[in-house]
Design a protein around this ligand. Structure first.
Ligand code: GLU
Length: 441
């Protein structure tokens, strides 16, 4: 009896040991920098990348951490931590968004910065890659607090930012108002208005028509291209979207407009589902009124986790990293995965999706519409001449279609999946420019 009891204790101990090891492995799987590095290594090996260039591109060029004070509404001083990481400036000024979230960390910003390098190279625009972030909970902050935090973060990085150096843009929890504050703060320090220091600004202060919807628009073009490639029809295509922020909601609106059946939307506080297709404009209205997609009369309530693995043809994760992992990838029923978010799929999930023949349009291609329109905004600011929405959209459509074709061709030529093809194409372009400029070593 005694022996059996202690034997069980050992077994329990082993089980917790195994669980711990599994949790640790899962934690590693969820580290975005590890995820980026795994794909980079694989693609670099396939490319037979020169070792010196490999070493250069496998690290961000610059990482800046700032701790800075902000006066809160009640008169208290709070100290916030912010990051700006420039992964590469080989192909042009560093480019990339700034996110505000409680769990932002250096590894995440590093990964996001490098994804910007690859993304800009995939769509062949003359930018390097960067990303910024501030650890904060914007949902709990007033507009005044957000403004003071944004201005002080900008002031801390005043020598880093610049139209020819590093050009921020919106990302998770930042928007055109945030960009207006950054532009104004930077301009105050420069003693002149410098609109081209950020993109994603309001239209009347140097923003571009079409920029706000551009990421969602690019996602919808990626869907069209995937259907075209696979010989499928929009009217028979059911779409589920995770995230109803700027990217998810604009993609949903455009896809519905093109005749796709958007049957499910998953948000952080719950989801909605309607097998006959959701009236997206009505859902947008409902969310505007109530602050949530929940309680929408035109659809049934649904569990957000379950929506990811519900039957559909296209699944679009459009919120944040690590949504499709080794724990749910096997249950994904979609034929096509279009990544509106950055890093929504882990490398372990990639393998499972590939084994199940899921056609993946990777983030660095699928969500590149945003930075492409940012490039157009930067160009227009520097010219001081602004295009019509139609002109912006036409140029965006053209670049997205061309990039999709380039990636698919690369995948076919090299016998790799779309993600690795996109990385290979991007790494090849950045490596070429790096060699051409010469290495100042
Ligand atoms: N934050 C967006 C992204 O991840 C846009 C970046 C930009 O426009 O610079 O692509």
């Amino acid at each position: 009896m005694k022996g059996k009891a202690s034997g069980m204790a050992v077994l329990e101990l082993n089980e917790t040991g195994v669980e711990k090891a599994l949790d640790q492995a899962f934690e590693k799987e969820l580290n975005p920098w590890e995820a980026q590095a795994a794909r980079f290594e694989f693609a670099a090996k396939k490319l037979n990348l020169d070792t010196g260039i490999w070493k250069i591109l496998s690290q961000p060029a610059r990482e800046i951490i700032v701790h800075f004070p902000v006066m809160m509404d009640d008169g208290r001083i709070e100290v916030f931590t912010g990051f700006r990481v420039q992964h590469s400036v080989a192909r042009g000024p560093a480019k990339g968004g700034i996110r505000y979230a409680p769990d932002v960390n250096l590894d995440e910003v590093r990964a996001l910065a490098s994804w910007m390098t690859w993304k800009c190279a995939v769509v062949n625009i003359p930018f390097g890659g960067a990303k910024g972030g501030v650890i904060c909970d914007p949902k709990k902050m007033s507009q005044g607090e957000l403004e003071r935090m944004t201005r002080r973060y900008t002031a801390e990085l005043i020598d880093v930012f610049g139209p020819e150096k590093d050009v921020p843009a919106p990302d998770v929890n930042t928007n055109e108002q945030t960009m207006a504050w950054i532009m104004d703060t930077y301009s105050m320090h420069m003693r002149q208005t410098v609109t081209s220091v950020v993109t994603g600004k309001p239209i009347n202060i140097g923003g571009s028509r079409g920029r706000t919807a551009a990421t969602g628009r690019g996602v919808s073009i990626a869907c069209d291209q995937a259907l075209n490639y696979l010989g499928m029809q929009a009217a028979e295509t059911r779409v589920i979207i995770q995230g109803f922020g700027n990217v998810g909601s604009n993609a949903a609106l455009l896809l519905r407009g093109k005749g796709y059946k958007v049957i499910g939307i998953a948000e952080w506080d719950g989801g909605v589902y309607n097998a006959d297709g959701i009236d997206i404009p009505a859902l947008v209205e409902h969310r505007k009124k109530t602050g949530s997609i929940r309680g929408f009369a035109g659809a049934a309530e649904a569990n957000s986790e379950e929506l990811l693995t519900s039957a559909c043809e296209i699944l679009i994760p459009a919120a944040h990293e690590n949504v499709i992992t080794s724990r749910n990838a096997g249950a994904v029923k979609a034929r096509i995965l279009v990544e509106g978010a950055n890093g929504p799929t882990t490398p372990a999930a990639d393998e499972i999706l590939a084994a199940n023949n899921v056609f993946v349009v990777p983030d660095i291609l699928a969500n590149a519409g945003g930075v492409t329109a940012s490039y157009f905004e930067w160009v227009q600011d520097r010219m001081g001449y602004f295009w019509t929405e139609q002109e912006v959209n036409d140029r965006l459509d053209h670049l997205m279609v061309q990039s999709f074709i380039d990636v698919i061709r690369y995948a076919e030529e090299h016998g790799v999946n779309n993600r690795i093809a996109a990385y290979m194409l991007a790494i090849d372009r950045v490596a070429y420019t790096t060699k051409q400029r010469g290495i100042y070593a």
